[in-house]
Structures are given as C-alpha cells and as structure tokens.
Write a protein that binds this ligand. Structure first.
Ligand SMILES: Cc1ncc(COP(=O)(O)O)c(C=O)c1O
Length: 418
C-alpha cells in the first residue's frame, strides 16, 4: 500500500510546481513502489520514505556521477539491519571479518556477482580497496611481461590517468586515441593499431566524464583485455570470457565507495613478481579470498544487498532494458532541438553518463539550469569540472521516474529560457 501526501512549493519555473511525496511501504525488502501522476501541470515527484519513528525522509532524484544513487529498498534494508544483523546482535560494521557471519556475507556477494555476470571458476572475484585508481597501478605491476608493452585505447581523462601511471617506467603504446576529436567518440576498429605482442590491452568501457561508451568491445587478439568498468559494470550484458581483468569501484552501480571489485582470470595473477609488495599482488587476494587484511566489510555487505536487489529486479537483462529506456528518454530530448545539444557522436553515446550543453554552452544559463534543477529536487546535473556543461548519470539505481522528472524539468526550463 502506498500512502501519498502532497505539499506545494513556490513555482520555480513560471508554472505550478507540485511536489508529490510518495511514501512507499515495501511488502518485501525489494519490491517496487507505485508512482503517482498528475496531468496538466508541471510536477516533480520526490519519493520519500516513512521511518520507523514516523518521520518522513525526503529523497532527492540523484544524478551524481559517483558516489551515486543507491536503490531505496537497499537503504531501507540497511536501516532495518543496522543494529542487529539477522539475529547476530550486532551491526555488520562491528563484526569481525574472520567471523562466520562475515565470511557468509562476502561469499554471498561473490556468488551473486558470479550469477549475475556469468563469471566462471576460471576467474577470481576480489573485493579490494584503493578504488579504480589503485588498479591503474596494480594492473601493470602484476600483468606486465618483460619487453611487452601495455596497449592503451585512449578515450578520455580516466585513460589519461592510466597513461600517466605507465609513464612512470612501464613500456606502453597508445593503440588508438580520440583526443584530436576531444574524446567525443570511442575509436573505430580500423583506427586501432595493437602492438604485435602486448602484455595486455587497457580499455575504459564507459568514459564517465566525456559521456562515451564502447558498445562493441574491440578484439585484442591474444592479448588479455583489461577493462576499467567503473561506471558501467552490471548495467548491461557482457561476456566476461572476453576479458582478462575487469575492475570497478563499487560506488556507481554496485554500492557505496570503499571497495573495488576485481574480476581476474586466475592464471594472469601468476605473471606477477613474487617480490612485489604483498598487498599489491592479485595472487595474495585470490589465495586469501579478499581476507588477507581487513576488508571494507560494510561496503561489501552493501554490495551484496545491491546485487540481491539486482536479482529481484530481473537481473542484468532487465536492468539493461531499463537503462536503455532511461537513456533514450534523455537523448530523444537532446535530439529534438537546438536548446540542448549533446557533443558525443551518436554511435558512442553512453547510457550511463549523458553529457549535454544548454543554450549552446552559455555558462550563465547552465549555472541557472543546475541551480533550478537542484531547487526542484534534481541533484548532480553539472558536468565534470574539467569539461563544464551538464552531465546526468543514469546508473542502475536511478529510476525511470527520476529521468521523467528530469525531462519534464528540462522541457519547462527550455520553455521559459529557450
Ligand atoms: C571510469 C572511471 N575509472 C576510474 C575512476 C576512479 O575511481 P576511484 O575514485 O574509485 O579511484 C572513476 C571515477 O569516477 C571512473 O569514472
């Protein structure tokens, strides 16, 4: 049963702006709530949840690039289990990482990820720390073979950071770069020139800042493909077997910040020199099942809940469909006219991070856009500080309702400022 309460806000965009607070009571931990609609007036729907103390918590529509939105049912579940995790008498935060309870939590998260992404036993699934950025160093340290360069497909700021790490002493080769086009697309197959014998090929599957995404992964021949999937892991179906390593910070599609998921073909971990610092060897974490040292226990627990939510939402295929629908809604609007424009080539458009300019890139209007959006409960629309403009992140936990609210806002903003 959904309980609705209504409150009126001052008109922000010249029209009437009505906020509907949708207090959703979940029958089971991961069921979906209902969505109210009103015709003829501009509305922003802001879901709220009733806490056990009866206080209503306001929830923004969160378009942040990461850390980003978490599924509401997951947050509810964390709250329910915060003081007493399933009869243990303690919070997961207070548990020993050596306890059977936590061993169950981490094993459960791993199994769910394996099931959702179709990860075979040839691969290890690790929960590490240090973010995607640590992997920029750890991958070459572990995977480089003497005299064999790392090939990089250079598509933006995150691959630039990879290159900066490689420049510290690891042979590398830029197999393709779209820098001359300001990274407004990913390279075409005929532009890629792999080394004859690369240690591995680095790719960033989704470029969070530039708003581009590889829709077809390149064929790297016999060299393992190492993919930074920080901003699109679990958002679409992939064939894990095509990759040597996949890594991703959890804080966009899989949970909170604090843990980095690494999926690695086990035999590749044996390439590393055994004299590397113990903590920086993949083999250490494979051997110890991510429990060589104290892992980020609470973050891993939340990843498990997000994966459970993903399963109950229909799995990766359903999520991909939902993500396609959300992205289409926004890109269709960008394609309608000139007031909003997307710099990215259509074939490379990201379904996770949609970048666009307002009024031809008029910075004053873009600032106003972000300000009014925030006032309407639509948070996180400004682009990355290095590129400006707008960026809207549509991660798995961002609902279709949120994107509909955003596109309604955008139409209204265009009507009054266009
Ligand atoms: C594609 C990509 N790679 C790597 C990173 C760096 O991740 P972290 O901040 O977890 O080190 C980010 C962060 O936004 C990212 O979007």
């Amino acid at each position: 049963m959904a309980r609705l309460s209504r409150s009126q806000r001052p008109a922000g965009l010249g029209g009437i702006s009505v906020i509907l607070d949708c207090c959703e009571v979940y029958k089971n931990p991961f069921c979906r709530g209902s969505r109210p609609t009103l015709k003829g007036i501009s509305i922003v729907i802001s879901p709220s949840v009733a806490t056990k103390t009866g206080v209503t918590a306001k929830r923004a529509f969160n378009f942040n690039a990461g850390p980003g939105a978490l599924p509401l049912p997951v947050l509810e579940r964390i709250r329910e289990e915060l003081l007493d995790w399933r009869g243990s008498g303690m919070s997961v935060m207070e548990m020993s990482h050596r306890s059977k309870e936590f061993e169950g939590i981490i094993a459960d998260a791993e199994q769910r990820l394996r099931g959702l992404l179709g990860i075979s036993e040839d691969y290890a699934v690790l929960f590490l720390q240090g973010g995607g950025s640590m992997q920029f160093t750890m991958a070459p340290m572990n995977l480089c073979l003497p005299g064999k360069p790392v090939d990089v497909l250079h598509t933006g700021m995150w691959t630039a950071k990879v290159i900066a790490e490689l420049k510290k002493g690891i042979p590398h080769h830029i197999a393709a770069s779209t820098e001359p086009e300001k990274f407004t697309r990913v390279p075409r197959t005929d532009e890629i020139k792999f080394s004859p014998e690369a240690s591995y090929v680095h790719i960033c599957s989704n470029n969070t800042i530039e708003g581009t995404q590889w829709h077809d992964m390149p064929h790297a021949g016999s060299a393992p493909l190492v993919a930074d999937m920080s901003s699109d892991i679990a958002s679409r179906a992939i064939d894990v077997n095509k990759f040597g390593v996949i890594y991703a910070g959890a804080q966009k599609n899989l949970g909170p910040s604090g843990t980095t998921i690494v999926i690695i073909r086990k035999h590749l971990a044996e390439r590393a020199d055994k004299n590397l610092p113990t903590l920086l060897q993949y083999r250490t974490h494979i051997k110890e099942k991510s429990l060589y040292h104290t892992p980020p226990t609470f973050a891993i627990y939340i990843v498990g809940l997000v994966l459970e939510w993903l399963e109950s939402s229909g799995g990766i295929a359903a999520m991909e469909q939902r993500n396609n629908t959300k992205a289409k809604l926004l890109y269709d609007l960008l394609d309608e006219g000139k007031f909003y424009s997307g710099p990215v080539e259509k074939s490379s458009r990201s379904k996770m991070n949609v970048v666009f300019r307002v009024a031809g890139g008029d910075e004053a209007i873009e600032k106003e856009f972000a300000k009014q959006a925030e006032a309407a409960g639509l948070v996180g629309t400004p682009g990355h500080r290095s590129v400006g403009g707008m960026r809207v992140s549509l991660y798995n936990a961002v609902t279709l309702e949120a994107v509909e609210a955003l596109t309604s806002f955008m139409r209204e903003f265009q009507r009054t400022r266009g």
